[in-house]
Ligand binder design. Sequence first.
Ligand code: ASP
Length: 519
Amino acid sequence: MMISSARPQRLLGEGLLGAARRHPEKVALVIEGVSYTYKTLLDSALRMVTALQDRGLQRGDRVAVYMDNTWPCVVSIYAAIFSGGVFFVINPQTKREKLTFLLENSGTKILLTDGHIASVFVPAVQDVPSVEHIIYSGVLKKIPDDETGFVPFDAVLSEALPAEKFLTTIPNDIAALIYTSGSTGNPKGVMQTHQAMVFAAWSLIEYLRLSETERIMLVLPFAFDYGLYQLLMSVKLGATLIVERSFTFPAKIYKRMEEEKVTVFPAVPTIFAMMIATNRKKSIVFPSVTRVTNTAAALSASFIPELKKIFPNALIYKMYGQTECKRISYLEPELVDLKPASVGKAIPGTEVFLLTPDGESVEPGGSGILHVRGPHIMAGYWKQPETTSRMLKDGSLPGERILCTHDWFHMDKDGDLYFEGRTDDIIKTRGEKVSPLEVENVLQAIAGIKEAAVIGVPDETLGQAVKAYVVVNGDVTFKERQLKKMCLANLENFMVPQTIVFLAEMPKTQNGKIDKKQL
Ligand code: ASP
């Protein structure tokens, strides 16, 4: 099958084909100071498609991208998109046990990764027989003796010719899995079709009023849908994306933002809090930025006047989303002073409404559980029909499925939404979801720990901070720092508890369960 760039977009990859046709020589990406044109991006992605096809990739096979925010990562994402497979990006901070789970759960066939994280992925792939090929960027110090499937990224790119034919893909095919933490402890793979992702990206572009002249700054990981969609949107528009690995070195980011005349700055409250703190000491101003966006955790109303000083020419967008449908709502930026606590209305082309826990409609002004209708809703969780049915419910149209967010909201008389709270115990910290159970499992696996309970506590900058309570066995003693370090060996940085409290005994309910309400 040939994928056309001339008709309206149906498949995710057509965004890149169109942009490369319209302006091949335009800079698509600036990564670590190096510029890459649309022509180069398309050419490299198509070469990698050949490499994937040569390795036996079939329609629907899973391709995992476990990489930093780098050029090989972007090429791998587009190659996987074009290939007819299902791609998913894994946060490069992910540790061995979780990586093994993700590769196994998805049944990954080809892994694209970075040589410097070999100590994590080499043992993981040895435990997962479905992984047949590993393409790694950079240097791999030692290839395991009995392994044949390891090949270097650069060699693959220079040897393969750009693919001209692709496997058949239609808009209903799954394009990506986006793993998100669940209250059951293990992450769940949100299945998103080509048509859902194409729809969502265009809906976002519309309300963010983006055009091909944008220069979007990316400091968020591609494993997070907020980061991934910056790439998808920028490429669709034929705009330029400035890619950084993270916000770890803010001074470097500020310099890049100035040099690159960034126009769009997407971030989360933790990042904004750091910027505000810096600005109080030494003024930072980015006059080129015309759009600032926040999602994943609530932006405190007190941040808004401060952000206006840092971004004097920007519209500020307060938004709310769930991975299960990408984005749910946004507040028109002109209303940000009038309604600083609201996350606004449904994104274009979708609808939201409130229902009681029994499914009844809610009186105007009353509180209810937010439900979402639209083409952006996930197809379900990968191989998890039971958890899927907790999130996707029958709608009023026969056969239609709507998303239950399990979050409480109320609406004002204009229909703008206000978040009230969650119905599950998932912690949202630094914009990332943390399953308390996942952290508890890691703590409990440490020899000497008898019981562990993890909760989220309100925190101005993090949204919520992860707090752990532990009871140790007999006379075992741990230092808080030592336990945090042990957690870091198995958890991504953002999941490691900020505080660990040692208790002599856990508060329990009548039926013997840990009573978290008392913590
Ligand atoms: N979907 C994201 C989340 O899971 C945030 C977003 O991009 O709206 O929080």
